[in-house]
Design a protein around this ligand. Structure first.
Ligand code: HEC
Length: 599
């Protein structure tokens, strides 16, 4: 069968693989068995190839495919599957009136990763329109199911009653906030995890987002029509996870990768990926600059199996950059090195010139943190303390500006943007580990910063269920802390609620998901599947919703909630939105977008 040529990335390592060879090596061991839980080879041969790629990228086969290249995934899917197109959503899922209208000056918006470009993840009263009393009375208004997915990790963007949200299947949905009916859908090349950013372009709006295969898109918001797309990083393991930000006609895109886990395969020539930030002209997608965070890798030797090894590498940029128009800077946070030698910009907070991408300063928080999937037995590795969340630019009560950065180490830093990121204070809020620490993001109301920690503890399943190999400890992890911005001192801390005795496999109290603030309230999520609203005053729980259950959905798709790991709550005009479902790292699968309101 044919798959459009744009799906094929640059072939880095030799000739394209044979689908049959990949199947024999990686799939036949399970899929030739007569086990009722495993679809037999003949069943796979009746599936569309697109669905098989999806199962490998973001579905049931993620834990099998995580060392496979993009070419191998496409080759095996083409070899096994049919070329039937993916079924479109049923007509009943669409609105009667499918028009999308966005005003030039929206009143109620959560656009991109954070309502403002400082990345505070704080929705002020006039846009949140949700009092503490209304939070106590929040009720589910509607649920929307992502058909065939086991992961729902993309946070929605909401502008004046209009929702835009990506999905693990790579579908972008335009829908109404009031009812969840669809206006249009767009199919991207790979899973879309990043928030979508809407930017004004003349009388129209452009939607900007990246996918998990290195493609970056501009769609016309009103119609869902593709304006342009760019493969902005061709390295096979590229992942565009962090949301873009836009300023003066330019969009800034953070670039990360999954090469760190890919290298668990001893036959993989580890490692060659280099994290970067790319600036594109919104009008036509032309690249204005690209700044790599790590130098060009060289061969450093061979591993025990004779496979060439490369370094330095890594320093991915996982989170949305932060704009500082006053200083004409863009702040980015970076991840670790994947292979030696260690370099200066890993685990750092950096300032780039908005116009040229030149590195103006780089504050390395932890030096010599080199980690990859082959590390388990090597004690010189790690500790794998990336920054996975954005730096927040905030003005403290005394008028002094600070950059707040939370690390997987479990430490929150207050840095001075006027002094090249000099550390003003640092406070530990968690233990820190490969699974975080502070992972996806904090929120601040200008006086306090609210930091949730993951500290997820993984276990190996002695009795694997299906293709799942790892589980989680239901007793360890989590915690939410409020710190004073002025000096980093603790205002309050609440321990995570433990998993219930009858909680499903994959329950953990860990809280890697991003935190959201509105006046008086802090929303936090957990791998246990709960979305909780805490009092900003003392951390006490005001409202708690368990998403791990079946939902009747407005689009008629069977849907269930699961772990929440990544996206945070989005609060706009009296409504609260959350996506739920994350089986990676041993968590609970799910495929739902939920919308709450105070009825
Ligand atoms: C360790 C055993 C194992 C291996 C290896 C394995 N699978 Fe699977 N596969 C399963 C099981 C079990 C299921 C049923 C879903 C589940 O329980 O997670 C499944 C389900 C699937 C599905 C159905 C997903 C859907 O959308 O319904 C596809 C497609 C698939 N596998 C493709 C592959 C391909 C392609 C490979 C090789 C690259 C592969 N599998 C390797 C065990 C395996």
């Amino acid at each position: 069968m044919r798959i459009a040529p744009f799906l094929f990335p640059l072939v880095l390592w030799g000739a394209p693989p044979s689908g049959e060879a990949v199947y024999q090596k990686r799939c036949s061991g399970c899929h030739e068995q007569t086990d009722p839980r495993i679809p037999h080879r003949e069943a796979l041969q009746k599936m569309p190839a697109t669905r098989i790629v999806r199962a490998l990228d973001s579905g049931a086969m993620m834990s099998v495919a995580f060392t496979m290249s993009r070419d191998e995934r496409i080759a095996v899917a083409s070899y096994l599957g049919t070329d039937a197109p993916a079924a479109p959503p049923p007509a009943s899922a669409f609105c009667a009136d499918r028009s999308v209208k966005l005003s030039g000056a929206p009143k109620f918006a959560w656009n991109g990763w954070s309502p403002g470009s400082s990345n505070a993840r704080f929705q002020p009263d006039q846009a949140a329109k949700l009092s503490i009393d209304q939070v106590r009375g929040l009720r589910l208004k509607w649920a929307f199911g992502f058909d065939g997915d086991v992961t729902a990790f993309a946070p929605p963007t909401v502008i004046d009653g209009q929702v835009f949200v990506g999905s693990a299947a790579g579908l972008i949905h335009a829908m109404r906030a009031e009812s969840g009916c669809l206006q249009w859908v767009f199919q991207a090349n790979g899973p879309v995890r990043s928030s979508i950013l809407a930017a004004r372009q003349g009388k129209q709006h452009v939607l900007l987002f990246g996918d998990m295969t290195g493609w970056f898109y501009a769609l016309q918001a009103e119609t869902g029509r593709l304006l342009w797309k760019q493969h902005i990083e061709t390295h096979d393991s590229t992942r565009l996870t962090g949301a873009p930000v836009a300023y003066n006609g330019t969009v800034y895109v953070p670039v990360a990768s999954w090469e760190e886990t890919r290298s668990a395969d001893p036959d993989y020539p580890c490692c060659t990926f280099r994290g970067s930030v790319v600036a594109l002209r919104i009008r036509d997608g032309q690249q204005l600059w690209k700044t790599y965070m790590s130098p060009v890798p060289q061969e450093t030797g061979k591993n025990a199996r004779g496979i060439s090894q490369f370094g330095p590498s890594g320093v991915g940029v996982w989170a949305s950059p932060t704009l500082d128009p006053k200083r004409r800077l863009l702040y980015v946070t970076t991840g670790d090195n994947y292979s030696k030698p260690a370099t200066n910009n890993s685990d750092a907070v950096m300032a780039l010139d908005l116009a040229t991408g030149r590195i103006v300063w780089s504050k390395q928080i932890l030096a010599a943190d080199v980690f990859n999937g082959a590390c388990r037995s090597d004690s010189s590795c790690g500790p794998d303390f990336d920054f996975g969340s954005s730096a927040i630019l905030v003005t403290a009560e005394d008028g002094r500006e600070l950059l707040l950065a939370g690390q997987k180490s479990g430490i929150v830093f207050g840095l001075d943007p006027a002094k090249q990121g000099e550390i003003v204070w640092q406070t530990r809020v968690g233990k820190g580990s490969t699974n975080g620490g502070v992972q996806w993001g904090m929120a601040t109301d200008g006086q306090r910063v609210y930091a949730a920690v993951s500290d997820l503890v993984r276990t190996r399943l002695t009795n694997p269920v299906g293709a799942r190999r790892s589980g989680v400890d239901p007793k360890q992890g989590g915690g939410l802390t409020a710190l004073r911005i002025a000096d980093g001192s603790q205002v309050w801390h609440v321990a995570a609620a433990p998993c219930a005795e009858n909680a499903p496999m994959g329950c953990s109290p860990a809280q890697p998901g991003a935190v959201t603030g509105i006046p008086g309230v802090v929303f936090a999520t957990s791998v246990d599947g709960h979305l909780r609203a805490h009092s900003a005053e003392d951390g006490q729980v005001l409202w708690d919703f368990d998403t791990v259950r079946d939902f009747d959905t407005v689009n008629g798709v069977k849907a269930r909630g699961g772990s929440i790991d990544g996206p945070g709550a989005v609060v706009v005009n009296g409504m609260v939105f959350i996506t739920s479902g994350y089986p990676r790292n041993g968590g609970i699968p799910g495929n739902v977008l939920l919308a709450f309101g105070s009825l």
